[in-house]
Design a protein around this ligand. Structure first.
Ligand code: CUA
Length: 178
């Protein structure tokens, strides 16, 4: 039991029991299998996103986001700008306590590069109901290339606990059929 010291002082020289060794080997093999499945699922299961990551300061990221918002804002929803950038462009989504900013309106079947970064600490980007999940860190620009194939309203929730307002950290994204 862990609360009392091992009876043998040189405990690491005590031979491992057979059953324990078997479990260690099983766990090791399973770990290796899952490691290679991760690579396999990338292609076959359409899981494990091909995202890119770059270093960026929160100030620089905020400036890039603001530039896109200023240029392509079409309306506002409860004080949050709704932005409609041209297809094929780079768009920027800010994660901060406790908000996803701004709201984007994308066109169906068109490609966009979504950049995401945090202004403060770690948040979790979760796009619902498609279930795309990414960790968003301050200082890193996470880039995801998307081509939405279904029109509608998508919800963004933060799925990484980030403090008292975590449960209110929701956002949205629209995909429209032209
Ligand atoms: Cu941001 Cu939880």
């Amino acid at each position: 039991m862990a609360l009392s010291p091992p009876s043998e002082r040189i405990w690491w020289n005590v031979p491992i029991a057979r059953t324990e060794l078997v479990w260690i080997i099983i766990a090791l093999i399973w770990g290796l299998v899952m490691f290679f499945m991760m690579i396999y699922w990338h292609g076959a299961g359409e899981q494990n996103l091909s995202n890119e990551a770059y270093r960026i300061t929160p100030e620089a990221f905020q400036a890039k986001t603001q530039a896109v918002v200023d240029k392509y804002k079409v309306r506002e929803e409860s004080g949050i700008p709704v932005v409609k950038p041209p297809p094929g462009s780079d768009i920027y989504l800010i994660a901060r306590l406790w908000q996803w900013w701004p709201i984007y309106e994308l066109e169906k079947d068109k490609k966009y590069r979504i950049h995401m970064s945090s202004m403060d600490w770690q948040h979790g980007f979760s796009l619902q109901p498609v279930n795309i999940n990414l960790q968003i860190h301050p200082g890193y620009d996470m880039v995801l290339t998307v081509q939405p194939d279904k029109a509608g309203e998508y919800g963004i929730v933060c799925n990484e606990y980030c403090g008292i307002g975590h449960h209110n950290m929701t956002g949205k994204m629209y995909v429209v059929d032209k």
